[in-house]
Design a binder for this molecule. Structure first.
Ligand code: GAP
Length: 453
């Protein structure tokens, strides 16, 4: 397979689209923004929810070897001592003696400041965890951390899950939630931020079967991205060298994506061995083991961890979906988003604002909204309205014209192919349901026809 050298779309175009159409805004923008924090706007929040829902459906709902969890962000501070984060979750930080910009020394290509060429300080280790205080007194005994990963909530609940679900090995715990890291170098839009969301799985297996499950999860996760429309040539597996493995990992492979700034990590899949359960057992004094009925002995399971970032998946999906072409004689920007992910599934467009047509169209709109996020747009020409929907990835437009009042039919236009059909309003919901599920547009319901202008 030949790898593309460069992503198809530049970051500026995505940032501009996200800003213009209300996907993503800088956090607290009216105060000048807060570095590397982002707010997801009306369309962004829908896309983000759809990503998390798609992950949950595939990883939890549709599997009988997985259960979900929503553990708290603040955890007992000893969690982070046992996990190794207090001691080891640091980046080497250097500061320029002239312009005072700070850099991660492990990411620099020379020993001079990349900004001004100035001399740099000696590296010092900088812990990435955000600290805060619990209760009214701010002293060393009240320090708590904002979690830098959701994973630890799943390890410390291992026994609770075993006792309440009676799951047998192999099985997993899945969780989606916010994580916080006081990153030294940020940037590239939402790729690396200080507050972000993760979708993590801790999959518990018998020692000795860990390699098999590691391979299984690598494939499973690549298939998940592909199933949502990400092109295979934009995904690449990067196994870690021994020297770069995290302190807890026996093996790790990153699924990299060809972002506009180059290949970079989308998801990490690690074989954590028994590190976490052993650490938490010895730190808490609780026996975190599993009674193996077959072998009649207690074992400490190994853990395979597929750990994905919601925001990076969001960015990868946008990059992959972004396209520019010509439609109906005009240039258009469009997002080829998978229907499951599209923020708006269909838009109702009345050809005129005249009252009798508008109220008729609004009834259709109200009915469709019972099932999906649906848009309604009656401003400007129909061509402009199609363009607006294409740009946010709406898979179908439902056009209501004066004839609709007579024949009780509407036109459905498909975003990618621009093909149209006309269907009875009675079968509109069922038709949209089928098309959103992947049925070809030209498979027609009773009374439907292919529509040509
Ligand atoms: N529990 C393992 C763990 O957290 P990680 O490789 O540090 O592993 C997993 O993070 C995923 O979380 C990354 O692949 C990435 O998608 C996402 N992630 C990590 N740091 C991030 C940041 N600062 N901003 C956005 N996403 C981040």
């Amino acid at each position: 397979m030949t790898e593309p050298a460069k992503a198809k779309v530049e970051m500026e175009k995505l940032v501009s689209l996200c800003r213009r159409r209300g996907f993503i805004f800088p956090s607290s923008e009216i105060y000048g923004g807060l570095s590397s924090c982002w707010d997801y706007g009306p369309l962004g929040v829908e896309l983000k929810r759809n990503i998390k829902d798609a992950w949950w459906r595939a990883m939890v709902q549709q599997r009988d070897d997985m259960v979900g969890l929503d553990s708290s962000i603040l955890m007992h501070p000893r969690t982070w001592e046992a996990s190794g984060h207090v001691q080891g979750f640091s980046d080497p930080l250097v500061e320029c003696k002239s312009c005072h910009l700070r850099w991660r020394s492990d990411e620099l290509e020379s020993d001079k400041c990349p900004e001004c060429g100035g001399e740099l300080t000696e590296p010092r280790l900088f812990n990435l965890m955000f600290k805060t205080f619990m209760g009214p007194v701010e002293d060393d005994t009240s320090v708590v951390y904002l979690r830098p990963e959701t994973a630890q909530g799943m390890f410390v609940n291992f026994e609770n899950i075993l006792n309440t679900t009676r799951k047998r090995l192999p099985f997993g715990i899945a969780q989606v939630g916010k994580s916080f890291r006081n990153e030294v170098t940020t940037g590239n839009f939402i790729f690396r931020s200080r507050e972000f969301e993760q979708m993590e799985i801790e999959f518990f297996v018998r020692p000795g079967t860990d390699q098999k499950w590691f391979d299984y999860w690598v494939e499973e996760r690549i298939n998940w991205y592909e199933g949502l429309g990400i092109k295979r040539e934009n995904l690449k597996l990067r196994p870690h060298e021994k020297e770069e493995l995290a302190h807890y990992a026996r093996a790790c492979s990153d699924i990299n994506y060809l972002f506009p700034m180059g290949w970079a990590e989308l998801e990490g899949i690690a074989n954590r061995g028994d590190f976490d359960l052993v650490q938490h057992a010895s730190s808490s004094g609780k026996g975190l083991s599993y009674y193996d009925e077959e072998a009649k002995e207690h074992i400490v399971p190994y853990i395979i961890e597929p750990s994905a970032g919601v925001d990076r998946t969001f960015l990868a999906l946008l990059c992959d979906a972004y396209d520019e072409d010509e439609a109906e004689g005009e240039k258009r920007v469009l997002l080829h988003l998978h229907p499951d992910l599209a923020p708006i599934k269909a838009a109702v467009l009345p050809l005129s604002r005249k009252e009798h047509l508008a109220s008729f169209a609004r009834e259709i709109y109200a009915d469709l909204r019972k099932r999906w996020m649906v848009g309604y747009d009656d401003a400007q020409s129909i061509g402009r309205r199609y363009r607006r929907q294409d740009e946010i990835g709406t898979p179908f437009c439902v056009t209501v014209d004066f004839e609709s009042l007579e024949d009780k039919q509407v036109t459905i236009r498909e975003r990618d192919s621009l093909r149209q059909i006309r269907v009875p309003i009675d079968s509109l919901k069922a038709t949209l349901q089928a098309k959103l599920g992947g049925e070809d547009l030209f498979v027609l319901p009773d009374g439907g026809k292919i529509w040509k202008k």
